[in-house]
Design a protein around this ligand. Structure first.
Ligand code: BGC
Length: 764
């Protein structure tokens, strides 16, 4: 169908226009029957379809929804570092939406994992904006390839659940640009989501749903977004201010209350009718796009999507530790599976992303399908944090008489959910105690973890194997068995750092803030950017993940370079030097060498995943543009590439650089310096060609410390004196030079310097 939007707008009453800007039900936009304007349906998202079919007068709990397939949640999908996989998951979900007559799927959640404690971390991808943006874009492109819209959320800086509907995230300009907006910017530019969902919280005092800077200046004007913006559910504070700022749709229904406010605002001049028309046009454009792309023939193939969920899940599991090659397991060994999650995996988190799974596969049954001889002991209850000595003793007994113990640990449902944050980073104490007790009687221990965010592992050094299985969707149990028995070679890597303990994390002193604000004092030093800068040893670094095979990185080379435009093409050859098929995630970091401005030691600027047969070599190529080398310069409010040397690192993890190249870039025009009598000499000396202008001045000041007849041409000034002198402001030359000072000198230096800066600017 094709809606004649202009005709609709010209025939709509003011009340009808206002009514379109709020929901009809929890999940529908408003229809206008008089004009034949249809309604569209939205549903959560992001890792499975949560379709709630509201029947009249029927109340539905958040977890009541139609049966669907639970796919791996955000952290695992990001850990796959696999854009194709994210696309395929999106495609499957898009098809399910068509089959279920859903027009917009409410995801992905691309927020940055700032603190391990955020209750909703299991829905988010990474501590790094590039990974979050890339995976989000691939997922969006997959869903939208089926002519179903997405809603990139929660824009922006919704990084905690505590007081999420009111707290203000206080974030400086550079940090917003480089971290908390960069993820959204990348996703919007690479995938053009049909809609964006605002954050509940405020940023620097302004609600996400009424922030013109984010919703209009950034999203539309800078990044080219052309869909409509909706509020998170109930995130409206001032609907009229929201529409004016660029937030078109209030969700869910407002009971007509806010519609009237919009009508009044137009009547009393607070909101122009053109702005309202523009909002209506944006909504109708997407309604039209959705209905034009309607595919009545789509079928929800549960078996097929479940099989895909299993395939994806296997590629989201991170092998964190594998001492003595304890994995893969020999199915002929006597194996003890211990822990409640072996029989009932924890595969998703609580809240609006909760799916009603089609079929849950557990590791226990799946492992038996490998012909393995498995004993099982529950060990702990899986819900409460209470040590059950009887269960623990049974687990210890079983472990004692087995060849190897695999302990399935993780966070209970109540520990991780939308709506509240975790209060600590530990596993339940009863699980830590169980791991210790089993390890005391069994030297061969593997721990499998189910959690959406890092946990402390006080026993990490004492066990040989650790698998991070995250909340990997309904098929995670089978996928874990695939990895345990080696039919799948693990290939995922952490898209977040696992600190040794909570306090090691950069946000620890400023999370979750006081009652009104949370200050992001760590600034740009989020995740690995902090651990690297502080030279801290986390438990497992960003980008870490092992394989059952070995990869070699060779022949790192520059294939093309334009040092003026900062365009660089590089390549590296990756060889599978081990005995099995495997996939390697190649991480490309850029490290500015001798940066004058505060910069992270290195930043991830691209990644690639390459599949290799034993002995096979493939070339991986990367194209780096100026943005890969740039930082946000607050002096000019723009991205800036500093001239100088950069190291390009090809790494297997953020702490495992395998090959590196150095490039020299011309950089952007030198930034002008503001020169006044207050300017420090050392700041001026940073400017090219400055020493010549400043020499008479420095000499004049130096004579305060030197004999009158000091010969500047043949003798060297003591460097300590030089350092002291350069730390002074220009005006202080008066007191240093005393009666040798002539006010004209100061003016001359300032004038000459200004002229010099103009000349340099022209030359470039
Ligand atoms: C969540 C959103 C979700 C919406 C609809 C809100 O509470 O924050 O992520 O899409 O509910 O369920």
């Amino acid at each position: 169908m094709k809606l004649d939007i202009d005709r609709f707008i010209s025939s709509m009453t003011l009340t009808e226009k206002a009514s379109l800007c709020s929901g009809f039900t929890n999940w529908h936009t408003k229809p206008i029957e008089r004009l034949g304007i249809p309604s569209i349906m939205v549903a959560d998202g992001p890792h499975g379809l949560r379709k709630q079919e509201l029947k009249e007068n029927e109340f539905q709990m958040i977890h009541d929804s139609a049966v669907s397939v639970g796919f791996p949640t955000g952290p695992g999908l990001a850990a796959s570092f696999d854009r194709d996989l994210a696309f395929r998951m999106g495609e499957a979900l898009g098809n399910e939406c068509q089959a279920e007559n859903i027009q917009i799927l409410l995801g992905p959640g691309a927020n940055i994992k700032r603190s391990p404690l955020c209750g909703r971390n299991f829905e988010y991808y990474s501590e790094d904006p590039l990974v979050a943006g890339e995976i989000a874009a691939a997922w969006i492109n997959g869903v939208q390839s089926k002519n179903v819209g997405t809603s990139l959320k929660h824009f922006a800086a919704n990084n905690q659940e505590t007081r999420r509907m009111a707290i203000s995230a206080e974030i400086d300009e550079r940090t917003l640009r480089e971290i908390y907006w960069a993820n959204f910017e990348r996703a919007v530019k690479k995938s053009k989501p049909w809609t964006v969902m605002t954050a509940y919280n405020k940023t620097n005092g302004v609600y996400g749903s009424e922030n013109a800077e984010t919703l209009t200046a950034r999203l539309r004007e800078d990044w080219g977004f052309d869909g409509f913006v909706m509020t998170d559910w109930g995130a409206v504070n001032d609907h009229v201010a929201g529409i004016a700022a660029g937030c078109e749709l209030e969700m869910p229904a407002s009971g007509k209350f806010t519609d009237q406010l919009v009508v009044d605002a137009v009547r009393n001049g607070r909101l122009s009718e053109e702005t309202l028309d523009c909002a209506v046009r944006r909504i109708l454009t997407i309604v039209d796009r959705a209905l034009s792309g309607r595919d009545e023939s789509a079928v929800f193939n549960y078996e097929k999507d479940h099989a895909l969920a299993r395939e994806i899940a296997a590629d989201t599991i991170v092998l964190l530790k594998n001492d003595g090659a304890i994995l893969p397991l020999n199915p002929k060994a006597e194996i003890a599976f211990i822990g409640a999650y072996a029989a009932a995996p924890r595969f998703q988190g609580g809240g609006s992303s909760h799916t009603n799974a089609f079929r849950i596969e557990n590791a226990l049954d799946s492992a038996r399908a490998y012909g393995a001889n498995i004993g099982y002991a529950q060990g702990f209850s899986g819900e409460a944090d209470e040590t059950d000595l009887k269960m623990q003793a049974q687990a210890v007994e079983l472990a004692k008489k087995s060849d190897v113990a695999v302990i399935f640990a993780g966070l209970p449902d109540s520990f991780e959910s939308e709506g509240y944050d975790r209060t600590h980073m530990r596993l339940p104490d009863c699980q830590n105690a169980l791991i210790r007790a089993v390890r005391a009687v069994q030297p061969n221990v593997v721990v499998v973890l189910h959690n959406g965010s890092p946990v402390e592992m006080p026993w990490a050094a004492d066990v040989d194997g650790i698998l991070e299985a995250y909340l990997g969707g309904e098929a995670i149990g089978a996928a874990v068995s695939d990895v345990l028995f080696g039919s799948v070679n693990p290939s995922a890597k952490l898209a977040e750092t696992f600190p040794t303990h909570l306090e090691q994390n950069p946000s620890a002193l400023n999370f979750p803030g006081d009652s009104k604000t949370v200050e992001y004092r760590e600034g740009i030093f989020v995740g690995y950017r902090y651990y690297d800068a502080k030279k801290l040893e986390p438990l497992f670094p960003f980008g870490h993940g092992l394989s059952y095979t070995e990869f070699q990185y060779r022949n790192a080379r520059i294939e093309e370079i334009d040092p003026v435009a900062a365009d660089v093409r590089v390549a590296v050859d990756i060889t599978n030097a081990g005995p099995r098929f495997g996939k390697e995630v190649v991480e490309l970091y850029i490290a500015p060498l001798k940066a004058k401005k505060k910069r992270p030691v290195q930043e991830l600027r691209d990644f690639a995943k390459v599949a290799l047969e034993p002995g096979e070599t493939k070339t991986v190529r990367f194209s780096l543009g100026r943005r890969a080398f740039a930082y946000w310069e607050t002096e000019i409010h723009d991205w800036y590439v500093a001239g100088g040397e950069y190291e390009i690192r090809f790494s297997a993890s953020s702490r495992d650089c395998r090959a590196a190249l150095t490039v020299r870039l011309n950089g952007d025009p030198i930034l002008p310096i503001e020169i006044t009598p207050d300017t420090l000499v050392c700041d001026l000396l940073e400017y090219p060609g400055a020493d010549e202008i400043l020499t008479p001045l420095i000499r004049g000041i130096a004579l305060t410390f030197l004999p009158e007849n000091f010969d500047f041409d043949s003798e060297k000034i003591d460097p300590t004196i030089l350092n002291m002198m350069t730390g002074v402001p220009l005006h202080s030359m008066r007191s240093w030079m005393q009666d040798r000072f002539d006010p004209q000198m100061l003016e001359n230096v300032i004038d000459q310097f200004k002229r010099h800066m103009e000349k340099v600017a022209k030359r470039r």
